[in-house]
Design a protein around this ligand. Sequence first.
Ligand code: FAD
Ligand code: DLZ
Ligand code: SF4
Length: 510
Amino acid sequence: MTDRVGSLRLILGDQLSHSISSLNAIDFKRDIVVMVEVATETTYVPHHKQKIVLILSAMRHFAEELSERGIRVDYVKLDSAENTGSFSGEVQRAIKQYKPERVMVTEPSEYRVRQFMDDWQDAFGLPVHILEDTRFFSTPNEFAKWADGKKQLRMEFFYREMRRKTGLLMQGSEPIGEQWNFDHDNRKALPKGLSLPTRRRFEPDAITLDVIQMVGERFENHPGGLSNFGWPATRIDALSALDHFIDACLPSFGDVQDAMKQGESFLFHALISPMLNIGLLLPDEACRKAEAAYHSGHAPLNAVEGFIRQILGWREYVRGLYWLKMPNYAEGNALNANRPLPAFYWTGETSMNCLKQCVGDTMRNAYAHHIQRLMVLGNFALLAGIQPREVEEWFLAVYADAFEWVELPNVHGMALFADGGVMASKPYAASGSYIDRMSDYCSDCTYSPKEKLGAKACPFNYLYWDFLARNRPVLSNNQRLAMPYRSLAVMSFEKREQIASEAKQFLDGL
Ligand code: FAD
Ligand code: DLZ
Ligand code: SF4
């Protein structure tokens, strides 16, 4: 009789699902689960304090749940004296200690981790089984097959494939409502006086409080505050956050999905991306619950389709694109953007109220909603020509839901057009009038969205035209930009000169 461990099953901090493939057919007597808090993961970017608290607290809760199921768990805390500080170091140490016959792990979500995991079998001299992550609707291979031979990889067409595959919102082979996409119904500004749902906050329990204290001390210099921490760190709480969204927010989610309001970054959004990304919620259950809300008459089709498209469409699409294009994807800089990231992305100290509000929300909550990220924070970085690498690092650090597989395509491709149009058919560039239409930020700003030039002019206005003029060689052939380029062509020479000069002065002062 040997007391040698059968399988050493490693579970990473974004694999906290009881259905994770690395737990399949676990032998309760011979196998051991290893979970490790490691310095390399907590510091590869300066993560927002709330993001670290969420992940470590959720890991500790998950380890407890596994123990309660009768599974043997070795959980290594960040401050344990033996902790070597990296996934590879900790797996090697556990192999020495338990002498397992094999290591089993679900494939990591990020290329960075996959690279060193691929070396483990040779380095450690035992079989390392890297298993498929079955929590998604599609696989990277399926995406690669769909992408093969296509000139353009548009989300909309991949999304339709996913609708057919899953049967979500389908009636036979046709989409319910005879339309695949109701996006044009989902661009309304927030009506005055509309009452907003309250965010469901989850009071930290003893485990979370412990982590909060440790993170407050050890990661004091990382961005963000901890006082507002209210993320669900267990499966049960995550499910109740999802239910709260379906009950209280989903019916209005569609109409005002793109709206922004000072002091209110949650609005009707789901606030479930951190839970989906670490595995406390599964994408399938979120979509099925939303679909059921449509069939029961609780929520209208434009809201339910809009929500399902974000998860079944965008989330799956960005994952497919990431694995198809990595590692080269991160290297591109199609618009040759080279300016350093302004300090106000970290401090919020700027007189541009929209940016100040969005940075403020981000630092308070480790959250900002999609349009704040895309049309304010991303749009500014695009127009100002900020280096993609610096913008990507910022987005990867400050949001509780930020993991490279989902952050990189959204920032590099969608917000910055740094991939030259692989993801987006045109840059999401907009002047101040878009922000004015979709928010109440401008009424509290020192600048005016109505002024195009001069000291009071909203910087987004002249930066927009300067961006188009500066990037003419790369962008002017884009059919979707034909109209603004025509407007630029008929602008007087003096006006164009003034735009260039005010943009230069502004950008030099950043
Ligand atoms: P809702 O608006 O209520 O949407 C529901 C769900 O749909 C989300 O929980 C999310 O899982 C999914 N979803 C929506 N849009 C996208 C998208 N574009 N890509 C992938 N999934 C999507 N999302 C992340 O999960 N991590 C990131 O690091 C991230 N970085 C982003 C950076 C930029 C510049 C932009 C423009 C978007 C980014 N997104 C990212 C996508 C999106 O902004 C967030 O998923 C969303 O704001 C999360 O909030 P929510 O749960 O309230 O989402
Ligand atoms: C993001 C993160 C952080 C901050 N800390 C840990 C950790 O200490 N241990 C862990 O297993 N995972 C952590 N994570 C999540 C990982 O970065 C994520 O699972 C991998 O990057 C996936 O490729
Ligand atoms: Fe932002 Fe311009 Fe509006 Fe000020 S005026 S809040 S800078 S869009």
